[in-house]
Design a protein around this ligand. Structure first.
Ligand code: ADP
Ligand code: ADP
Ligand code: MG
Length: 670
């Protein structure tokens, strides 16, 4: 077959995917002047990739089977939108030969290899047979057709335990079982088959020798329809959890130059064996000495950006050029390696709970801006919903620097600046992982995360002065922006005439730990904070970018803090802290819960009104401040609702139990 006939110039590209990869493909396609068409499911109506594309077509219900995995609907969407080519991204239909064939039959260009190449390499068993013939080194194992128990048992015994049972059609680390003893084999085979059947619709298995202390090394390859095939160096993805990559880097810090040349040559040989067209990855495991082929992925890989950062090549651009029938724009000699790149995958999941995915609405999204040496590939933003129907990867943070140490430093910094609220994320876990001395020293293997899990998910340390100061600053800042933005803080002037020395006491609690009282002293004389018996100079100013500048005892510190009702999330140079703000006169007051009226808890003076009548209030939102015995206390909404009335004004002296405001609950009250 003349392959070049399959590929031809096109102007409209449909992206048959979602999340960060759809966004990433759209970005390059637009830069190349293509019209872009997104597809989406009902769950993704408001998703970022839909907003970014020139056009978007609804595929169907949220379930992947009814939308992103539905071949007829994707083809129909291409027809209706006038798309001429389809980029499958990764996952979903990207390695589905039937889909590649359906595109061809519908007169559409599939951005990727042909269905035949996919079939040849798609099964781990089939590809190992091919590689064996081509002389590519393999992990010793069984990859035959016969699947009966006796054959598998004999094969495992011959290989020698421990072995790895794998789904031939597997991916994403699923359908894989480590078997240490012969008598464990039948149960593992049965459960691997069941998982493989459910996940891939194919229960064929293969068995491999379990390589000890393995490292994962892979090579990016790309071929055009004119017979040119290039390798773009290797990546190392040894940091995995449950056989799923977490951190990836390029080049591999484990290989020397000779080993690098050898593994790249082996990869070109592997891809050459099927005259490969498109972007693909040849995966190997290494025992620290030799590398052994394990599989080929006939698509773009999640971790492709690290390769892009060290080579300067935009792999999606090259994929689209190849699909347009063009020749690869470079020769092997022109592909050079520059610096080091490392990527972290941000997931909505809980590493402390066996990496259980987390779903919900993203309330706040603080991921650093793209900058020199820092690339952000994100598929979400604040307000988006993480649905249980799809992979829970939210974004990738990719750092580049001339050296590996420099790249790790940049990634560490970017992670420490990252915070997502509304779903549980693996960001604290990633921060601990990238900061681990063994990772920096590259003394790791694929079992590292599992072994170090307790350490990597350890509870945060107790907060200190700076964290309490940041918490107080966050509350003050929140109050200053409440009440229609009227600045009101110990430093702001509006509506604020302090007489004498005043103080306000905050009580915080961390986790199940004890309570800490923090006093804020202001008015006449300098503003100070008292923590644990000491009084320290204290000042707050808005940060230059995001966050708050807290000056404590003469040292300015840039901190990040988020107040959500009574929960405070604080990030300082010491790490991340979650504090509960115990406010004796606010929403925490048991007696006030369920009460529509806000009453003075003690006799006092109204010193500030912080919300306007008619305002929608979150639970814990500040309403007004009362001065009680030279101490200020802010009264807060005991539940979410609308402020119906304010029954006092600044300066009023009120008695205990006097009604000050009325709030109408929103929906059902707790
Ligand atoms: P592999 O583990 O096969 O070497 P990758 O690490 O690149 O390959 O991706 C693992 C698999 O996880 C992909 O094949 C894909 O099915 C799935 N996957 C990961 N993230 C996403 C995502 N955001 N959208 C869709 N599928 C995803
Ligand atoms: P998937 O298609 O799920 O990506 P792979 O065959 O690529 O499956 O294996 C996934 C991971 O499992 C590898 O990255 C590696 O960490 C581990 N692994 C695979 N084969 C072996 C082996 N023979 N010995 C030890 N570890 C292996
Ligand atoms: Mg793999």
């Amino acid at each position: 077959m003349d392959r070049s006939k399959l590929y031809r110039r096109f102007h409209t590209l449909l992206i048959a995917n979602r999340g960060e990869i759809a966004v990433r493909v759209i970005r390059t396609a637009k830069a190349m002047g293509l019209r872009t068409v997104a597809v989406y499911s009902e769950a993704d109506r408001g998703a970022l990739h839909v907003a970014m594309a020139d056009e978007a077509v609804l595929l169907g219900p949220s379930r992947a089977r009814d939308s992103y995995l539905n071949i007829e609907r994707v083809i129909e969407a291409a027809r209706r939108s006038g798309a001429e080519a389809i980029h499958p991204g990764y996952g979903f239909l990207s390695e589905n030969a039937d889909f590649a064939k359906a595109c061809l039959d519908a007169g559409l260009i599939f951005v990727g290899p042909t269905a035949e190449m996919m079939q040849a390499m798609g099964s781990k068993s089939g590809s190992k047979l091919l590689m064996e013939k081509a002389g590519v080194p393999l992990v010793p194992g069984y990859h035959g057709e016969a699947q009966d128990d006796a054959t598998l048992a004999k094969a495992a015994a011959k290989i020698g335990f421990p072995v790895l049972v794998k789904a031939s059609a597997g991916g994403g680390g699923r359908g894989m079982r480590i078997v240490r003893k012969a008598d464990e084999l039948p149960a593992s085979v049965e459960s691997a088959k069941r998982e493989a059947k459910a996940a891939f619709g194919d229960d064929r298995l293969l068995i491999e020798k379990l390589v000890q202390n393995p490292r994962h090394i892979e090579v990016q390859v790309i071929g055009d329809s004119h017979g040119n095939l290039l390798s773009l160096f290797e990546r190392e993805c040894t940091l995995q959890r449950r056989h799923q990559k977490v951190i990836e880097e390029a080049p591999s810090p484990t290989l020397n130059a000779a080993q690098r040349d050898a593994v790249c040559a082996a990869a070109r040989k592997a891809a050459g064996a099927v005259s490969y067209v498109g972007a693909g990855t040849i995966e190997f495991v290494s025992d620290g000495k030799d590398v052994f082929f394990i599989e080929m992925n006939t698509r773009l890989q999640v971790e492709h950006p690290v390769t892009e950062l060290i080579t300067g090549v935009d792999l999606v651009e090259w994929q689209l050029l190849i699909a347009s029938g063009e020749k690869l724009p470079m020769t092997q000699d022109q592909i050079t390696l520059h610096g080091h790149a490392i990527e972290a995958r941000v997931y909505a999941e809980n590493p402390g709970k066996n990496f259980m995915p987390s779903v919900g609405t993203i309330r706040s999204w603080n991921i650093p801006e793209q900058a020199a040496g820092l690339r952000i590939d994100a598929g979400y933003r604040a307000g988006d919903t993480v649905s249980p129907h799809y992979d829970a990867m939210l974004a990738k943070l990719i750092a580049w620097a001339p050296t590996r140490d420099g790249a790790i430093d940049r990634l560490t910094h970017a992670l420490s600046e990252s915070d997502v609220r509304g779903v549980v994320t693996n960001i604290p876990f990633l921060t601990a992982l990238v900061g681990h001395p063994a990772v920096r020293a590259n003394v790791i293997d694929t079992g590292f995360i599992e072994r170090e899990l307790d350490h990597l998910t350890a509870a945060p340390k107790p907060p200190g002065d700076l964290e309490f100061a940041a918490a107080v600053a966050a509350v003050l800042q929140q109050e200053a922006t409440a009440a229609g933005g009227v600045a009101r803080s110990p430093w702001g002037a509006a509506g604020w005439m302090p007489v004498g020395r005043r103080q306000r006491v905050f009580t915080f609690r961390q986790g199940q730990g004890g309570e800490q009282k923090v006093g804020l002293h202001y008015g006449k004389g300098p503003v100070t904070l008292s923590v644990g018996g000491r009084e320290i100079g204290f000042a707050v100013a808005p940060g230059l970018t995001r966050g708050i500048d807290v000056t404590l005892d003469g040292i300015k510190s840039h901190v990040q803090a988020i107040v959500e009702g009574h929960e405070l999330y604080v990030r300082t140079r010491n790490g991340r802290f979650e504090l509960h703000w115990v406010d004796p006169f606010g929403g925490d007051d048991e007696e006030q819960v369920g009460e529509d009226r806000i009453v003075a808890p003690l006799p006092g003076t109204v010193v500030a009104i912080l919300a306007e009548v008619g305002a929608k209030l979150e639970k814990g939102a500040p309403i007004l401040t009362l001065e009680v015995m030279k101490m200020e206390q802010t009264l807060r909404a005991p539940f979410a609702g609308v402020l119906k009335a304010i029954k006092c004004k600044v300066g009023d002296i009120v008695g205990e139990g006097v009604e000050l405001a009325e709030i109408e609950p929103a929906g059902e009250r707790p």
